[in-house]
Design a protein around this ligand. Structure first.
Ligand code: AMP
Ligand code: ZN
Length: 157
């Protein structure tokens, strides 16, 4: 459940320091060492799941941990936005090409201040399809893969 070479596992085990804002048996939330904004928090499971795809679907103990992770991510976002920020981004990266640098699942909770909207990490409209045929191909691919995983994991009826 832990990876001895993982940065966040080391933080969870107290081998490396962190500035904690919340801790339970299953979840740790701490300040990002390179904050995008003041109050930037990372919310991490104490189990070593590299990406969101590794979240459990079968073991009930692990599922409870995953549920708690989602709950605490929500609570931290709510706490930040209700106590001192004007808004909050919750961001999460999977894989190097998505910008993930620490392969231990984590949610960034980034407070935002002021009235000017931030530039999002994506460029709206940059991935235009060549036409309806290509658009429908992507929809079909995604739909088939989703149905396949749902059938395999037998979670959603
Ligand atoms: P990501 O790029 O989405 O994988 O995010 C990894 C985050 O971990 C970055 O925002 C880093 O600033 C942050 N980080 C790396 N090392 C530490 C550390 N020792 N303590 C706190 N945050 C860290
Ligand atoms: Zn880890």
């Amino acid at each position: 459940m832990k990876d001895p070479n993982c940065l966040f596992c080391k933080i969870i085990d107290g081998v490396l320091p962190s500035v904690k804002v919340y801790e339970s048996a299953n979840v740790l939330a701490f300040l990002d060492v390179n904050p995008v904004e003041k109050g930037h928090v990372l919310v991490v499971p104490k189990r070593h799941w590299p990406t969101i795809a590794d979240l459990p679907v079968s073991d009930s103990c692990d599922i409870r941990c995953a549920e708690e992770l989602m709950y605490i991510m929500r609570v931290v976002a709510k706490a930040v936005s209700s106590s001192f920020a004007d808004g909050v981004n919750v961001l999460q990266a999977n894989g190097g090409c998505a910008g993930q640098t620490v392969p231990h699942l984590h949610f960034h909770v980034i407070p935002r201040y002021g009235k000017e909207p931030v530039q999002p990490v994506w460029r709206s409209g940059a991935g235009k399809y060549t036409g309806e045929e290509e658009r429908d191909l992507f929809a079909k691919r995604i739909s088939e893969a989703v149905n396949c995983i749902v059938a395999e994991e037998r979670i959603v009826k």
